[in-house]
Design a protein around this ligand. Structure first.
Ligand code: HEC
Length: 135
């Protein structure tokens, strides 16, 4: 049984299927949503350089910024994605996605995609002597 992302998202009137983050259907739906709704502004690699994003001010940030990744918790990301930028004092150009309020697993995977844009932890070990654990 193959269902597209849209079928999944408009499934509100069908009997509810228990979907969990990591389910292949959920992963596919989130990837499709990122490509069709988000990448135009956020860019395919989350760098904020999609054609729509380049035209905006403020521009969408680079999701590859490790400092931002460390400071932004999942509940912040969830709120921005579902309720829009204005709900957390960011730009209203970051529009809400109210249809995702009923698909927490899909939002979880979108957050996973955003987390995936962070550089791998090994990448910052370029100078090992500065990486010594503190006292
Ligand atoms: C019309 C362009 C546009 C689209 C489409 C868009 N965004 Fe955004 N997004 C923005 C902008 C601009 C900001 C930055 C707002 C600011 O810094 O004030 C933003 C901010 C964010 C943030 C918060 C970043 C932070 O600084 O804390 C997240 C998370 C996010 N977007 C995720 C998404 C996801 C997921 C989608 C697709 C469902 C999406 N966005 C679609 C323009 C867009």
């Amino acid at each position: 049984m193959k269902r597209g992302a849209l079928a999944l998202l408009t499934a509100g009137c069908e009997p509810r299927v228990e979907l969990k983050p990591g389910d292949p259907e959920v992963v596919r739906a989130a990837q499709q949503i990122f490509e069709t709704r988000c990448a135009n502004c956020h860019g395919p690699r989350g760098r904020g350089d999609g054609p729509g994003g380049r035209a905006l001010w403020p521009r969408p940030r680079d999701f590859g910024d490790p400092a931002w990744q460390a400071g932004a918790d999942d509940s912040h990301l969830r709120k921005v994605i579902v309720q829009g930028g204005a709900s957390v004092g960011l730009s209203p150009q970051m529009q809400p996605n109210p249809d995702l309020a009923d698909s927490p697993a899909v939002v979880g995977e979108l957050i996973g995609i955003i987390r995936g844009f962070a550089p791998a932890p090994e990448a910052k070990s370029a100078s090992p002597e500065t990486d010594k654990p503190g006292p």
